[in-house]
Design a protein around this ligand. Structure first.
Ligand code: SOE
Length: 377
């Protein structure tokens, strides 16, 4: 291996852990042109960040991301913070010529996302810096395989795409307030947090882009308990549903909710076309379901185990040895390192992610523009 790729992780919570794990596991299981090395962890709390660095074998820790951006020995800024700081950190990192991996959704607003996409393009032209957004589910082997099949023509002409992201951690009205319930910190609610995943996944797998939407959103519980006994305001959507017109006349149905009682983390995508159908469910993530019209009277949905040789990212274990949530982050690290080493644009680019942000923005505008018709009118 040539020069290591030296990384600073900014943010040490859920996503910081997922990324720290991925940077370590990726070079152990995949043949990489450069070895990713996390050399610095940055977090708000000095003690917790030092502990995080110790856990993950990261030699240094700090509390100021600006120091990471200013260091000439760091190649990559890996942004794992809440959405309210994505734009500021990414813009500074790109201006300093760093490669950037930024968690999803790219930003809290469409304007920020567009500024980030423009900055990424300019930085690439000026310094060769490359930027990518972390829609990690693209790297779930079954979804990657589904995309390959679509590209090979498996579904024929696509008629419809339906996508859901169902969670239930807010179904209890007394569940505590967290930063994800603040528009200032998170931009939007279920829509940006998990709706962004299904927008990206549906567009990427199908190869069709959303051109127009019609949406409804709801906030079911507008205040939730804080640790001091008071209540914190919820000013984001709890659930969002929208229909969409995609390129090529494809019709889409989307649902993102934190109130799907009993559903913990179910991301589903289903494509229906002239030649066949493909269905994926993250709760059964080592499989993809395929239906082939040409099978005639024997046609039926078949479950394919995607851990076999020839399937995407099959480097881990012998066939049938299941992969989990964390592996998608490892695959994301693999693809990022390979693209950076080759000087090629990793996808989803900031421009791809800004397009997802524009869809989120359209959903919010549609929901706010009360265009509902009553059955009695
Ligand atoms: C929380 O809703 C969350 O962790 C999302 O932020 C992630 O992107 C998703 O992978 C799982 O759910």
């Amino acid at each position: 291996m040539s020069e290591p790729l030296r990384i600073a992780i900014i943010g040490t919570a859920f996503m910081g852990r997922a990324h720290a794990h991925a940077w370590r596991s990726a070079p152990a299981f995949f043949d990489l042109p450069r070895k990713p090395e996390v050399v610095l962890a940055v977090g708000r709390d000095a003690f917790k960040t030092e502990e995080f660095a110790g856990t993950w074998g990261i030699p240094e820790s700090g509390v100021d991301w600006r120091e990471a951006v200013a260091r000439p020995d760091i190649d990559v800024i890996d942004i794992c913070t809440p959405g309210d700081s994505h734009a500021e950190i990414a813009l500074a990192a790109l201006a300093a010529g760093k490669h950037v991996l930024c968690e999803k959704p790219l930003a809290n607003t469409r304007a920020e996302a567009e500024e980030m996409a423009a900055a990424a393009e300019a930085a690439h032209a000026a310094t060769g810096a490359l930027a990518m957004c972390g829609f990690s589910y693209r790297r779930t082997p079954a979804l990657s395989y589904a995309r390959q099949l679509v590209e090979e023509g498996f579904v024929g002409r696509l008629w419809q795409v339906r996508a859901q992201y169902l969670q239930d951690w807010l179904a209890d009205p007394e569940a505590p307030w967290v930063w994800r319930l603040s528009s200032e910190l998170a931009g939007s609610g279920a829509l940006g947090d998990i709706g962004s995943h299904i927008i990206d996944a549906a567009q990427w797998v199908s190869g069709h882009r959303i051109e127009a939407v019609s949406a409804l959103t709801s906030t079911f519980v507008d205040a939730r308990p804080l640790p001091d006994g008071s209540r914190g305001e919820v000013d984001v959507d709890d659930a969002a549903v929208f229909s969409a017109r995609l390129t090529g006349g494809v019709l889409g149905a989307f649902e993102a909710t934190r109130y799907a009682t009993g559903r913990k983390n179910a991301l589903r995508v289903e494509l229906s076309g002239t030649e066949g159908a493909i269905a994926f469910d993250l709760t059964d993530s080592n499989f993809v379901e395929l239906y082939r019209v040409a099978d005639g009277e024997r046609a039926g949905f078949t479950r394919i185990d995607v851990t076999q040789p020839g399937h995407p990212y099959a480097e881990w274990w012998p066939p049938g040895h299941a992969l989990g949530y964390e592996h998608a982050f490892s695959h994301q690290a693999v693809d990022f390192v390979r693209a950076v080493a080759a000087g090629e644009q990793p996808r989803p680019s900031f421009a791809d992610a800004a397009q997802v942000q524009a869809v989120l923005d359209a959903v919010q505008r549609s929901a706010a523009a009360d265009g509902l018709l009553t059955p009695t009118a």
